[in-house]
Design a protein around this ligand. Sequence first.
Ligand code: TXA
Ligand code: MG
Length: 323
Amino acid sequence: MTQTSPQILQPDPVGLAQAAALLSDGRLVAFPTETVYGLGADARKAEAVAAIYAAKGRPSFNPLIVHVSSVEAARQYARWTPDADRLAQAFWPGPLTLVLPLLADHGLSALVTAGLSTVALRVPAHRSARALLAAFGGPVAAPSANPSGRISPTTARHVVQGLGGQIAAVVDDGACTVGVESTIIGLTGTPTLLRAGGLPTEALAAALGGPLAVAPPPVAAGEVLAPGQLESHYAPRAPLRMNAAAARQGEVFLGFGRMACDHNLSATGDLQEAAARLFELLHLLDDLGQPIAVAPIPGHGLGLAINDRLARAAAPRPEAPQS
Ligand code: TXA
Ligand code: MG
């Protein structure tokens, strides 16, 4: 299906009702969450979910997060556990995704879970995401609204730049406040960190009363990475180098804390501010097309998610980056 530019919808009742109607019609609608913009489709409609993979150019059927409006809605799809209860009570709505065993008769498209026996669920906190879920009244499958492998979108403009011709509409409600994707916890056995993200792991461990298992191993700042160890992802077109003390010739320098640099993730060394600005600055530097050097980022709190995204952006590319 050929589509022209997406409709830009306002985050008011009229715009959100239009967005919900498009979702009901099986169309793709991008919408803001507190983490990044998501590319939404009705999670029960196989064709709509397939259109997500096609629009993103996602090479394989990597399972998607199902966004719901409440714990009660989440419990329709997953076998609930005491740990899920603890985490949901403490952090939903918010930047946390729980992977749980899928219930029988869940009604979701098998493409959402990529045929797995588990499902990833999240109740987002963003006012527009919540209003859209309420107006739509069903589960919304939504990966980040960027072409596969590229930088995630934190504004409606990023979405239009990346996926403009392929989606029906985008709800524009400004910049995302968290700025990195949700933290994903696996709850099919011992609680396990599957992806560092917008909710610091320290807070999760405190709520669970013990440390999280980690799989795969976290990417520590400064660790030497074997080629292929990391999937290239979140990648700008130009090469990116982490833990740089200074820029080399021709590089643009992305700083952190008090230092001389071209752009600063947070001049005061605030990791929350750095997370919120990360993708915006990577988009900006991507447009310049120069190689990027990034100053060291501390590995605690949101620094874990920031370093994970930077390491993927720095990872060897399997093929020439798409434009
Ligand atoms: O903040 C976010 O999480 C954003 C917003 C839009 O909610 N969404 C997002 O989706 O980042 P995506 O598709 O870019 O990343 C989802 C991740 C993938 O790495 C996928 O492998 C993992 O979630 N995932 C989904 N279902 C899973 C499952 N059943 N088991 C393990 N991992 C799963
Ligand atoms: Mg993504």
